[in-house]
Design a binder for this molecule. Structure first.
Ligand code: GLC
Length: 553
């Protein structure tokens, strides 16, 4: 018995490039370090960009490189219109954009509207201003509860752990009001009903669109608007730091008012032509609700986190894929697919974890259920090959094309994620997926730079994963990504539609155009018949467990 999943709208013209695109996430701190200070930078990226183009991807998305004290690795922005000296300057950004375009890559930059850095000029003004002054209305200040206002205004907790409120110390040394920060205390939330906030972001978008960027990945696109009256919130256990399934009832995420902001932004993007896009980071459940972020007059895409969180189980995968195509297709948007990013345990480790691991908690030496590396990599290769066969747009995160695992054994004193500190070292956080990339097996810092410095220590034993080693090996993970992306394009899989096949329990199988895709998620080999186009592991007339194969039909 086979089920036909809803068909995606095909890309009609190249202006709709994003509908079937493969987009590569660059995390600037960890991609390539041009000046040798141990932190990656824009010249480093520009220098190495041809390797990204060689993968065959359509676009890059860059995590923030704006002026920032780097308390949350650049997601705490002090000035959106300039580049942090750690990453270079505006000329370097222009050079990067120009080089990307020369290589045929679109450029998406990160936009962070929910909060700014406490070093932002607005927050400095707010801190210095008397209680009721307009400068403070751009943020969310409230009186405390309890005696002398000594308790936070409500019970909300920060995504990174601890309270979501910090009490200010007035310039005269006395204690004052509290300000809201859904993330670190150095990331005060903006008040999105304030016209200054709305207008300034309009200008910031134009600033970067004028410099030639092709779109924005919008950080915390489910935040921004808070429920009137800021009521207490009682989340369910185990929902993960972004809220998990109880999300719909959260008074600070997924509020209706955010859609007005996206419509406003969409108008600005459209005024630059139909090929500039908005991509939502919206941790909203279920998918039918997330689809509201990509209605025709809002964003173009939203990261499909429910798919990322789906375990390596055939039934669960099949259900999630079918639901994704239906939910996004229902509003005329392509589905996206993503397995890794800078906030989650890398899928080469995650898919072999044997204990629950809520998003954002990370893994370290004392975590339960640590993965077996070989199994994780095998599954990651299989999962990626499954993902790249799906209709819609796929995101890949730097380093996954090398099969990098999570770095579990970062020494405690080298960890930097605010999550680690705000939970009193209870949650490891996200450092393990942010370790600088290995480029050359025999070079200092594996070629990340030529000094050997590295803002997070790289593990011993990554030489075999270095890009130069993998480039020379046709069975490497790098070779698999290149072959899959090439074949996906040749067979227009991103524009295709999907017909499920029933090949037995634990087997995920479908036809997409002239390609048959079989992922063996069972424990026993599965017989196959046909010409192999790409395979995630060795195949003969059978596919081994935890292996995906694409066959010509
Ligand atoms: C998003 C980013 C994450 C950051 C947070 C606060 O979730 O992806 O890295 O810490 O927003 O800006």
């Amino acid at each position: 018995m086979s089920t036909v999943a809803p068909t995606q709208s095909p890309s009609q013209t190249s202006t709709q490039w994003w509908r079937n695109a493969v987009i590569y996430q660059i995390y600037p701190r960890s991609f390539a370090d041009g000046n040798g200070d141990g932190i990656g930078d824009l010249p480093g990226i520009t220098h190495r960009l041809e390797h990204v183009a060689a993968l065959g991807v359509d676009a890059v998305w860059l995590s923030p490189f704006y002026v920032s004290p780097q308390h949350d690795a650049g997601y705490d922005v002090a000035d959106f219109r300039d580049v942090d000296p750690v990453f270079g300057n505006l000329d370097d950004a222009d050079a990067l954009i120009a080089r990307a375009h020369e290589l045929g890559l679109k450029v998406i930059v990160d936009m962070v509207p929910n909060h700014v850095s406490s070093e932002h000029v607005w927050f400095k003004e707010a801190k210095a201003a008397p209680e009721d002054s307009p400068a403070r209305h751009r943020f969310i200040y409230r009186d405390g509860r309890g005696e002398n206002g000594s308790e936070p205004p409500n019970n909300w907790t920060s995504v990174f752990g601890g309270p979501a409120w910090t009490r200010e110390t007035r310039p005269d040394g006395t204690l004052g009001q509290w300000y809201l920060h859904l993330f670190d205390s150095t990331q005060p939330d903006l008040n999105w009903s304030h016209p200054d906030v709305q207008n300034d972001f309009d200008d910031i978008l134009r600033f970067w669109l004028d410099r030639g960027v092709n779109g924005f990945r919008v950080d915390v696109a489910h935040g921004l608007i808070k429920e009137e009256g800021l009521p207490d919130h009682f989340p369910k256990e185990g929902g993960g730091s972004m809220g998990g399934e109880e999300f719909h009832a959260t008074p600070y995420f997924g509020q209706e008012g955010v859609h007005e902001v996206w419509r406003r932004w969409r108008t600005i993007l459209d005024s630059y032509g139909p090929d500039r896009i908005l991509v939502a980071e919206a941790w909203v459940y279920p998918l039918t609700r997330m689809a509201n972020w990509v209605r025709p007059d809002e964003m173009h895409q939203a990261f499909n986190f429910p798919y990322l969180e789906t375990p390596w189980n055939a039934d669960r995968q099949r259900t999630m894929i079918t639901e994704s195509l239906a939910a996004f297709g229902g509003v005329g948007a392509p589905s996206t697919w993503v397995l890794s990013n800078h906030d989650v345990v890398r899928h080469a480790s995650r898919l072999a974890l044997t204990a629950e691991n809520p998003q954002g908690h990370g893994i370290g030496p004392n975590s339960p259920g640590l993965p077996i590396a070989d199994l994780g990599l095998k599954r990651a290769r299989a999962a990626t090959l499954m993902m790249l066969a799906l209709p819609g747009s796929a995101y890949i995160y730097q380093g996954e094309e090398l099969g990098l695992p999570e770095h579990v054994y970062i020494p405690d004193d080298a960890r930097q994620d605010p999550t680690w500190f705000r939970t009193n070292k209870e949650r490891y956080g996200r450092d393990g997926c942010r370790v600088p990339l290995p480029w050359e097996a025999a070079a200092p810092a594996y070629g990340f730079n030529d000094t050997g410095a590295s803002w997070l220590p790289q593990p011993d034993g990554w030489a075999g994963l270095a890009r130069d080693v993998q480039s020379a090996d046709p069975t490497s993970t790098l070779a698999l990504y290149k072959a899959a992306i090439r074949t996906r394009r040749e067979h227009s899989l991103g524009d295709g539609s999907l017909e499920w096949l029933d090949l037995g329990e634990g087997v995920l199988a479908f036809d997409n155009g002239d390609v048959r895709v079989i992922a063996n998620v069972s424990g026993a080999p599965v017989r196959i018949d046909g010409q192999v186009l790409v395979a995630s592991g060795p195949v003969s007339d059978v596919v081994e467990p935890d292996t995906t194969v694409w066959l010509a039909r």
